[in-house]
Design a protein around this ligand. Structure first.
Ligand SMILES: *Cc1c(COP(=O)(O)O)cnc(C)c1O
Length: 383
């Protein structure tokens, strides 16, 4: 048996051919593949606009810039996420307010968010960044109501959830990142995520003004659009109108993304099959806590909670199964501790962290590998 990671990309010969075609073309970057990827991704997610960027972190940074996050602005997010969800606020000089999780969903607990909002002067908190953690879709309709009440924007960090959805109060399926309830949403195409481009990211929105601003910020704040130019000296002329960045995705990456997108539905179906198989296998074992199977979930991760997490992790590793922990709570990182965040301040996420383990979950994980993972876990816990 080969070693089994917790997550893995799946590259077909068709994917390789798509990249090779770009390598043989006139444009390695700033060519036609990026716009095509954006269009197809927007269709897949069900939103109006998509902006491809160099990675998910750049996507978050551009969102914070587009929403004018400034020195001292306060933004609420979860501590149970990859650090970038919070860091994007720090890049702009803002202050991160971490709210605790709801252990039943592992998502940001809206009651905790409300408490924080009530405890601060109105207007001092600018936005919320909920995360579709593990692939579990956040009910953004609820967050929208709260955000409207307090005049906040929402950035949905949907890195774990392409293809996931929640059902709103009108019984409409709302796909993660579709821009119906949040101003902006972001995705990552790091190889452990559903769609891989090596490095890569996407911002989705239905807001035309934000869309245009993001396009400008992605390329140094430079425009060549005659309609936007303040002066015009001739065909070569461009203007840098804002302090932007080079956060572009290359055409090689975009071509891989387009090709990967064709398999997205198939991959999601396989993830759900694996989740159901795990659920069946671990049902009734009191040593293991899992969240119940959920059709709307995108299953980026499959997480167990066990008493002896370190022991199980080491046992799996000794048997060539490389589980992972998602995540070490962001507020306990030395950088955030240095800013004054205290261990013990978010008891639920801190307790969850003591017990969680992400076991292998990716579309090409074979049934016999799943069974090997299950048997290896059971042998350790039921020894
Ligand atoms: C992966 C990830 C990011 C960052 O994406 P990169 O492409 O690695 O920069 C941000 N948020 C979450 C929840 C992620 O899982």
């Amino acid at each position: 048996m080969n070693s089994i990671p917790y997550g893995r990309h799946d590259i077909s010969s068709e994917d390789i051919e798509a990249v090779v075609q770009v390598l043989r073309s006139d444009f390695l970057t700033q060519g036609p593949s990026v716009a095509e990827f954006e269009k197809k991704f927007a269709e897949y997610i069900g939103c109006k606009y998509a902006v491809a960027v160099s990675n998910g972190t750049a996507a978050l940074h551009l969102c914070a810039l587009a929403l004018n996050v400034n020195e001292g602005d306060k933004v609420i997010t979860t501590s149970l996420t990859f650090a970038a969800s919070a860091n994007c606020i720090r890049y702009c000089g803002g202050e991160v307010l971490f709210a605790d999780i709801d252990p039943a969903t592992l998502l940001l607990d809206i009651q905790q968010v409300k408490k924080i909002l009530e405890a601060h002067p109105k207007g001092s908190i600018k936005g919320i960044i909920p995360v579709d953690f593990a692939g579990h879709p956040v009910n953004l309709e609820e967050y929208r109501k709260l955000a409207d009440e307090y005049g906040l924007w929402i950035i949905e960090d949907a890195c774990h959830a392409p293809g996931g959805y929640f059902t709103d109060s009108k019984k409409v399926k709302q796909h993660c990142g579709n821009g119906v309830y949040a101003e902006l949403a972001i995705f990552s195409f790091h190889p452990v995520k559903h769609i891989a481009t090596g490095e890569g990211g996407m911002i989705t929105t239905n807001d035309e003004a934000l869309y245009k601003k993001l396009l400008l910020l992605r390329t140094h704040g430079i425009t060549k659009d005659p309609a936007l130019l303040i002066e015009n000296h001739g065909g070569w002329y461009y203007e840098m109108q804002e302090l932007g960045y080079n956060y572009r995705l290359s055409d090689m990456q975009a071509a891989l993304g387009i090709s990967q997108l064709k398999k997205a539905d198939d991959g999601l179906r396989k993830r759900k099959e694996i989740a159901q198989h795990y659920e069946e296998a671990f049902k009734g074992i009191k040593e293991i806590t899992t969240l119940p199977f959920h059709e709307e979930h995108a299953y980026h991760l499959y997480i167990l909670q066990v008493q002896d997490r370190l022991g199980l992790y080491n046992h799996l590793k000794a048997n060539q199964i490389f589980a992972q922990v998602h995540y070490i709570p962001v507020h306990t990182m030395p950088y955030y501790k240095g800013l004054g965040y205290l261990k013990g301040s978010l008891p639920k996420v801190e307790k969850y962290y003591e017990h969680c383990l992400s076991i292998p979950m990716y579309p090409s994980l074979k049934r016999e590998e799943q069974d090997y993972v299950i048997d290896t876990i059971k042998k350790y816990l039921l020894k």
